[in-house]
Design a protein around this ligand. Structure first.
Ligand SMILES: C[S@@+](CC[C@H](N)C(=O)[O-])C[C@H]1O[C@@H](n2cnc3c(N)ncnc32)[C@H](O)[C@@H]1O
Length: 241
């Protein structure tokens, strides 16, 4: 079985992610603000967009607040994640939910009726793909964007050194610990650290340096490519067509 399906297939794991790690991502609100700032700055009327690896649709929800009539495609490999996205976005009626693996090239057939898009966003998803496939995906996105269309990836990227990685680990453990305290859970910081270093997706992460990924985007033809925001391993990067 595909490892991504294994990882995200159960409702329990999906729920754990949504109420746990997602809620504890440092500067998560700021990452979304930067995404919205870029969309605003691109001066595009978002008539259509794709949230790929959408999870519960957290990114799509932020965009739909500003462009409530946009034709929205939400794609995820996990049925439970798509179910929670449906719930979250139930007030919108121009949404299309697709359960599909974008690791396989035939995902393109599943969205071809909805292309081109004005905007493609992704949050913490593509780092499960090998680098060759990441690069291909960025090319596939480029080909399905309108001119002036924007691609924004909010993503975990590789620390350039082990020391920097250790600082990131401490940041995330602190953040998770604070979240547990806020939720009234009785858990020690050591237990949180134990979870963090043994989290279920740790061996499925194939992180790549943000500089490398920005370079790929430039080679593909994106312009205004940059890492627009970053704290340690958490980056917001992308470009315009
Ligand atoms: C860490 S979650 C992030 C969800 C959401 N984008 C967010 O920002 O909270 C990663 C999501 O990517 C999805 N995903 C991972 N690999 C995928 C693949 N090959 N095809 C489609 N979805 C995938 C998972 O099912 C999961 O919902």
């Amino acid at each position: 079985m595909n490892k991504d399906i294994q990882l995200w297939e159960t409702r329990e794991i999906a729920a754990k992610y949504l109420s746990g790690v997602r809620g504890a991502i440092p500067l998560a609100a700021e990452q979304i603000e930067v995404m919205l700032m870029l969309v605003k700055g691109a001066k595009i009327n978002v008539n259509s967009f794709l949230d790929i690896g959408c999870g519960d649709g957290v990114l799509a929800a932020a965009i739909l607040e500003h462009f409530p009539n946009a034709k929205t495609v939400l794609l995820d490999i996990s049925e439970p994640m798509i179910e929670s996205a449906k719930e979250k976005l139930s007030i919108y009626n121009n949404t299309d939910f697709i359960v599909c693996d974008y690791g396989r090239k035939d995902w393109l057939n599943r969205v071809s009726n909805s292309t081109p898009f004005d905007l493609i966003v992704s949050g913490f998803s593509i780092h499960h793909q090998p680098d060759v496939r990441k690069h291909e995906l960025y090319e596939e996105f480029f080909n399905m964007l309108n001119v002036n269309g924007l691609f924004i990836n909010i993503e975990q990227v590789l620390s350039p050194t082990k020391w920097i990685e250790s600082i990131f680990d401490e940041l995330f453990i602190d953040s998770l610990y604070k979240m547990h305290l806020k939720q009234g859970n009785s858990i020690s910081r050591d237990e949180v650290a134990e979870f963090w270093f043994n989290r279920p997706d740790i061996n499925d992460n194939i992180l790549a340096l943000v500089e490398t990924q920005c370079q790929w985007l430039r080679q593909i033809g994106y312009r205004d490519v940059d890492c627009y925001f970053k704290i340690l391993e958490l980056a917001v990067f992308g470009g315009r067509k």
